[in-house]
Design a protein around this ligand. Structure first.
Ligand code: URP
Ligand code: ZN
Ligand code: ZN
Length: 501
């Protein structure tokens, strides 16, 4: 009989497919057996009365990253990864951001060093591409994708980060050839700028006007436009942080006709509404993110979209800006809605909120919860079956989940460094008692046992859309060739379709 280093016995295992009684045996960093009855290992965890889940994977969080406006988030790789672990998340995938005029390769290199020194859980990172010059696109980006960073984000808004439609086309052509997933922040920059200017001219500076300026129309228009642009090359894209019903309807319609568009939403869009921004003084700034919080109808539509598979992943979009001059209030009480850092914290509470509001309230089944919080992330971003999976051979990343544990969320009790939580006082049902990362018990009895730098970089393979046998349309082949056929490394497209140009 194999001797396990660690066993988890007596629990109910939940995967994205099913829920069943099984013990889990772990040898080293990996799961070695999942069977109805296993003998105790060198160390034995009693999971009776508990759910045994794949650890959460958060593929949209901002960690030790400077925003486009120059604000530094409060969390570094240590505090963010610790906070994630306490909430049952065992892998994070934040962003190495290229700021204009800087090298993408250097940004990734510097970011990798920070992560390697501090993360207590496994990690990868996406890139943020803000330039599309030949060095960025055809040297740095290609090299980074080929080294296992198989996704990157682009912005259609924020003056300091946005790329225009022609640049989007360049990016899509390259990403398609290199089999990388493009994550898109879809909001129309000109609409937001136009409304913002008029609001400010009239003295409307309060936080709630952030919502007025980031009108749902801006999200819907950009979502529609970027989906249409992506189809020129049949390029898969993922729209991040979907918040508005109109944008959602656009994604749904596109998917219905076979367009390769995927979508993400976040707990704050499911649980909070725009009126949170409308509070006395600057308090509303805590709830300002982009796209902004919407209304109850949008929440209903988002829950439905999770259930129907129109959206595939729920991420935190953890953006930990402190409620002081370093983040939300650079000019104190004089800060206008246009000057404050956008975003809110959410790494640690993501799984508990989704479980409590989704599973406990009957909106999601347990397998749907596992899919949305873990397995779909692994598939989407090229880390399945290693992650998000409780089969033999997978990394032993596990949350032993107490489905009855009630926790009142407070900034004080959470482990990030933002200093506030938008969920202060919210009671959730369901919390991880014990968290296992690559075979190590890293959280138990509310105590962390993991050293900075003990997490590992996980190189990623091709994202989900590239794992099917789908063939691009004739039109897409032609335009891919037009984009890349003459470029160094244009490869097959140039060879096969060069004559068509
Ligand atoms: O408001 C947000 N979401 N801030 C974080 C940056 C981003 O665009 O995701
Ligand atoms: Zn964004
Ligand atoms: Zn974000």
């Amino acid at each position: 009989m194999t001797a396990f280093d660690l066993t988890i016995r007596g629990g109910t295992v939940a995967t994205d497919q099913s829920v069943f009684r099984a013990d889990i045996g772990i040898i080293g960093e990996r799961i070695a057996a999942v069977e109805p009855a296993l003998p105790a290992g060198l160390r034995d965890l009693d999971a009776s009365g508990r759910l045994v889940l794949p650890g959460g994977i958060d593929t949209h969080c901002h960690v030790e990253q400077r925003s486009g406006m120059g604000m530094m988030g409060a969390d570094d790789w240590y505090s963010a990864s610790v906070s994630a672990a306490f909430g049952g998340t065992t892998m994070i995938v934040p962003f190495a951001a290229q700021h204009r005029g800087t090298s993408l390769r250097q940004a990734a290199h510097d970011y990798a060093a920070l992560a390697a020194a501090k993360s207590v859980i496994d990690y990868s990172y996406h890139l943020i591409v803000s330039e599309t010059d030949p060095t960025t696109l055809h040297e740095d980006l290609v090299e980074l994708i080929r080294s296992g960073i198989t996704s990157f984000k682009v912005y259609m808004t924020y003056d300091a980060l946005k790329i225009d439609d022609a640049q989007l086309l360049d990016v899509f052509a390259l990403a398609t050839r290199e089999r990388a997933l493009v994550m898109v922040h879809a909001e129309n920059n000109d609409v937001i700028r136009w409304v913002s200017q008029r609001l400010l001219e009239r003295g409307h500076t309060a936080p709630k006007f952030h919502g007025t300026s980031h009108v749902a129309l801006a999200e819907a228009e950009a979502t529609h436009r970027v989906i249409r642009l992506s189809t020129l090359f049949d390029a898969p894209i993922l729209i991040v942080h979907v918040s508005a019903s109109d944008a959602l309807a656009t994604i749904e319609a596109a998917r219905r006709i076979g367009t390769q568009v995927y979508g993400e939403t976040c707990p704050h869009y499911l649980l909070l509404t725009a009126d949170a921004m409308d509070q006395p003084g600057m308090e509303g700034a805590k709830y300002c993110c982009s796209p902004p919080l919407r209304d109850a109808a949008a929440q209903e539509a988002l829950w439905r979209a999770l259930k129907d598979g129109v959206l595939q992943v729920v991420s935190s979009d953890h953006a930990p800006y402190r409620f002081d001059r370093s983040g939300k209030l650079p000019y104190g009480d004089e800060t206008t809605f246009k000057q404050m850092a956008n975003g809110m914290p959410g790494l640690e509470a993501r799984l508990p909120l989704l479980f409590s509001e989704g599973v406990v309230k009957g909106r999601l089944t347990l397998p749907e919860f596992v899919a949305l919080s873990s397995t779909n992330h692994a598939r989407m971003y090229g880390i399945h079956p290693r992650k998000g999976n409780l089969s033999a051979g997978a990394d032993a990343d596990i949350a032993i989940w107490n489905p009855d544990r009630q926790v009142t969320l407070t900034a004080h009790a959470l482990h990030d460094r933002t200093g506030y939580t938008p969920y202060e006082g919210t009671r959730v049902t369901g919390w991880p008692d014990t968290v296992v990362s690559a075979g190590r018990v890293i959280v138990e009895h509310g105590v962390l046992d993991a050293a900075p730098g003990s997490g590992r970089f996980i190189p990623r393979t091709a994202p989900l859309p590239f794992t099917t046998s789908r063939q691009p349309s004739e039109q897409a082949r032609f335009y891919r060739s037009l984009a890349l056929g003459q470029q160094a490394g244009g490869g097959d497209f140039g060879a096969a379709y060069g004559n068509a140009i």
